[in-house]
Design a protein. Structure first.
Length: 119
């Protein structure tokens, strides 16, 4: 699994994003490309994410989730792409802005420590 390294742009974020290793129990945002991809979920506005919990980790780029729609109803979703890895997905999970910011700060601090270390 990844240790929080920054990678290039993905479909949800034009800037570099940190790859965060998913773990069971973490909160993430769940988005659908359109209401046609809702599959039984109540979605009022696709611009607003739904909250989800990671229930199983396949890899750094694929997780199972329980998603709470905009009415608070729970929906299981399997093999959901995460970390902006799969372009063109009809639905995906993404880290919350706070989580991405923390990962970027950690990466910057680690880089600064490495730069100050004797070779």
């Amino acid at each position: 699994m990844n240790d929080g390294k920054l990678v290039g742009a993905g479909m949800n974020n034009p800037a570099a994003v940190a790859i965060i290793s998913p773990t069971v129990g973490r909160n993430v945002h769940y988005r659908v490309a359109s209401e046609a991809n809702a599959n039984g979920m109540t979605i009022y506005n696709t611009a607003q994410p739904m909250v989800a919990l990671v229930t199983y980790v396949h890899s750094d780029s694929c997780v199972n989730l329980v998603v709470f729609d905009h009415c608070g109803n729970a929906h299981p979703r399997t093999s959901v792409p995460i970390n902006n890895v799969w372009e063109g997905a009809s639905a995906w999970a993404e880290w919350m802005p706070y989580q991405k910011g923390q990962a970027a700060k950690t990466e910057a601090a680690e880089s600064a420590l490495k730069a100050g270390s004797p070779a």
